[in-house]
Design a protein around this ligand. Structure first.
Ligand SMILES: *Cc1c(COP(=O)(O)O)cnc(C)c1O
Length: 394
């Protein structure tokens, strides 16, 4: 090794054995080095016995996969570069031209958009069902249905569905995978903490790790967890063919967020319930939507199945309150910032119209505001909401 250019790359230094710390090292690799040609020929990238290329996993990605699989009560996990990428990965892994897909009408909006645009172009049909009515799901199943999405609680309007009843509606008409129907849950809200997805009978639990597992509002990532090896294999093959790499630095951020996730979830949950209880005493709303409120749709199912309720609540304003007044309320908030996403440290608000986010008729005619409660003091947040209502003349 004479030339400096070569020495700088093939350096003899090796880190000392015996160093221990609370965190694990972050392994970065596109290329993985094999000891010899035979090892390259024999390595099976589909199992975590060894390493073959960055896209197929590193010790860092395998570690997060293991932890997310445990969190969800599953066995296998695939990571994707965003929650939405994890969601579309599930669609692409299990659907072919001619198949049908069913999505709850209150699903995360981009889930519906992916089906209505991309999947439609590929000859996959999609229908939306009423998640609060298992009979509607049963009626919309057809011999071509291959995948059914569930989401709990629903996006924006936070209805809590009877998950075991929805699963039973599917299973009564079709066998489980691989010949029958795959049931996938968007478990971002429950995060593996509020309830156990696989005990509800689902085949796949998908999460936006962007939300609670990260907790920092600084990283995008998603996960697809299964208990069944055949299903996992199907996800993994599609994942690799799509080239869904996840960066080691991003994985490091999620690994860093995980240990505090249980306490963050509980703290934000308590703060959100306290604000929801106060908000429902005010006269401005048709309804305050939060599954732990007895007046909120699906409260009984939530109470039966869940031990937590996340950090979201929505305000369904009375229809006679104008959009301009509601906009002024949001613009007047100081601690709640205007933005998408949730489960980060900072409280957020976003404005919706039921008519534009639902395909089936909605009970809500006035403006909707979704609040995502952060980690600030609950009393400071309450005062912020109170001053913003006053400024908006409410
Ligand atoms: C945020 C979110 C997603 C998508 O996650 P991204 O990482 O932002 O792509 C999917 N489902 C639900 C319920 C979400 O809240």
């Amino acid at each position: 090794m004479s030339e400096l250019s070569t020495q700088l790359i093939h350096h003899p230094y090796r880190p000392p054995a015996g160093f221990e710390a609370i965190t694990q090292p972050v392994h970065k690799a596109s290329t993985v080095i094999f000891p010899n040609v035979q090892a390259l020929r024999e390595r099976d990238w589909t199992h975590q016995h060894g390493y073959s290329y960055g896209l197929a996993g590193t010790p860092t990605s395998f570690m997060l996969e293991e932890r997310i699989a445990s969190l969800e009560g599953g066995r296998y996990c695939a990571l994707a570069p965003s929650g939405l990428a994890a969601l579309s990965l599930v669609d692409m892994a299990f659907l072919s031209a001619g198949d049908e897909l069913l999505i709850p009408d209150n699903a995360y909006g981009p889930n519906k958009a992916f089906a209505q645009h991309e999947l439609k172009r590929w000859g996959i049909a999609c229908a939306f069902y009423d998640p609060m009515n298992p009979a509607d799901l049963a009626a919309k199943l057809s011999p071509r249905t291959r995948l059914v999405w569930l989401e709990a609680a629903g996006s924006i309007t936070l209805e809590f569905p009877d998950l075991p009843a929805l699963v039973a509606a599917v299973r009564s008409q079709a066998p489980a995978h691989p010949q029958g129907i795959v049931i996938a849950l968007d478990n971002t809200w429950g995060a593996g903490l509020a309830f156990k997805a696989f005990e509800m009978g689902v085949d796949v639990s998908m999460q936006a790790l962007t939300k609670y597992p990260s907790g920092g509002a600084d990283v995008l990532m998603g996960s697809v967890v299964t208990r069944d090896e055949v299903l996992h294999h199907q996800v993994l093959l599609c994942h690799t063919r799509l080239g869904l790499g996840v960066a080691a630095n991003d994985i490091e951020l999620v690994l860093r967020g995980l240990p505090s996730m249980v306490v963050r979830y509980a703290a934000q949950d308590a703060s959100t319930r306290s604000l929801a209880n106060w908000l429902q005493t005010l006269p401005h709303f048709d309804q305050v939507l939060h599954p732990a409120l007895s007046s909120s749709p699906g409260h009984a199912a939530w109470k039966r199945d869940c031990s937590g309720a996340a950090c979201l609540l929505s305000l369904a304003f009375r229809p006679e309150i104008s959009q301009a007044q509601v906009d002024l309320f949001c613009d007047s908030l100081r601690l709640f910032k205007i933005g998408h996403s949730w489960a980060g440290p900072m409280s957020l608000c976003a404005v919706y119209q039921a008519a534009s986010i639902r395909s089936l008729p909605s009970a809500y005619r006035g403006p909707l505001v979704r609040l995502a409660v952060g980690l600030e003091s609950t009393e400071d947040l309450r005062q912020d909401l109170a001053q913003a209502f006053a400024r908006a003349g409410l």
